[in-house]
Design a protein around this ligand. Structure first.
Ligand SMILES: NC(=O)c1ccc[n+]([C@@H]2O[C@H](COP(=O)([O-])OP(=O)(O)OC[C@H]3O[C@@H](n4cnc5c(N)ncnc54)[C@H](OP(=O)(O)O)[C@@H]3O)[C@@H](O)[C@H]2O)c1
Length: 258
């Protein structure tokens, strides 16, 4: 039997590159997806040092053609996926009425549509794999509505809900499904968002995200979701049980408007 294959979206930076390195160290070959091909090629060269083959499949996941093209490449290259990591994503900051409609559409396309369609297309393969993994990256922002990050928080709530439902639907199969919800981290995320104003909560590292996800997967993903950072987990749980008006007011203060 050959090495299992993990497909990581958003592998050109941040958490995605960290996941790719860890899967390679665990004996997987990789399919590396993002727009910046030079970064993916450099990562593939690095992973070769760990004995892993890195298949570089550049794709713009904000477009239907980008998603379809990626799926076509997988099928043409006969790459069957054992582990899917839907990690590509970005955030936008500012009050909803002032947000650029085109940028909102792109945010929903990458964070929601691409994640959903890749999951739907590859789930049969993941379920057929001897030890399949579906790992979706949401955020602590998925645990409460976010004034000033309204669209971002809503996309991440979608990721969490979708993943948790699939976790339940996959019970009794060998597939391990996990929603991992990181807190703020110094990747390229806030530079891409063009604002540091929503960099609130307990700071965590890429290593924290990757190691919590792998430790949960090693235990069989008995829980559908894990929040990275104890402080972040506490705040997310408090938000779940507080009245919505209070949660919104606290979030508004934290996210910079009140
Ligand atoms: N850092 C944080 O504070 C934080 C906290 C909670 C959750 N998250 C989530 O963690 C995930 C990873 O973010 P990160 O922190 O590692 O940020 P990052 O360093 O900015 O990485 C984002 C990745 O997504 C890819 N991506 C963005 N748009 C894309 C597109 N249209 N097509 C294909 N790939 C695209 C980027 O690749 P290209 O630009 O090369 O295409 C990049 O590899 C995201 O889903 C984010 O929402 C981050």
């Amino acid at each position: 039997m050959g090495r299992p294959i993990a497909l990581v979206t958003g592998a050109s930076s941040g958490f995605g590159a960290g996941f790719a390195r860890r899967f390679a160290a665990e004996g997987y070959d990789l399919v590396l997806v993002a727009r910046r091909e030079d970064r993916l090629r450099a990562l593939a060269d690095e992973l070769a040092g760990l004995g892993a083959t890195g298949h570089v499949l550049p794709a713009d996941l904000s477009t239907p053609d980008g998603i379809a093209g990626l799926l076509t490449q997988l099928s043409e290259q006969r790459l069957r996926i054992d582990a899917l990591v839907n990690n590509a994503g970005f955030g936008t900051y500012g009050i909803f009425v002032e947000q650029d409609p085109a940028r909102i559409a792109e945010e929903i396309a990458v964070n929601v549509t691409a994640l959903t369609m890749l999951t739907r297309a590859l789930l049969p393969q993941l379920l057929a794999a001897p030890a399949g993994i579906l790992l979706n990256v949401s955020s602590t922002a998925s645990y409460q509505p976010g004034p000033n990050i309204s669209v971002y928080a809503a996309t991440k709530a979608y990721v969490r809900f979708l993943t948790e439902a699939i976790w339940q639907e996959s019970k009794g199969t060998p597939l391990r499904v996990l929603n991992i919800a990181p807190g703020p981290s110094q990747t390229e995320f806030f530079a891409v968002a063009g604002s540091d104003a929503f960099n609130v909560g307990q700071q965590i590292t890429t290593e924290d995200v990757v190691s919590l996800a792998f430790s949960e997967l090693a235990k069989g993903a008995k829980r559908p979701s894990r929040i990275v950072g104890r402080g972040n987990a506490f705040q997310a749980m408090a938000a779940r049980f507080a009245p919505t008006k209070l949660t919104l007011s606290v979030a508004d203060k934290q996210l910079g408007r009140e």
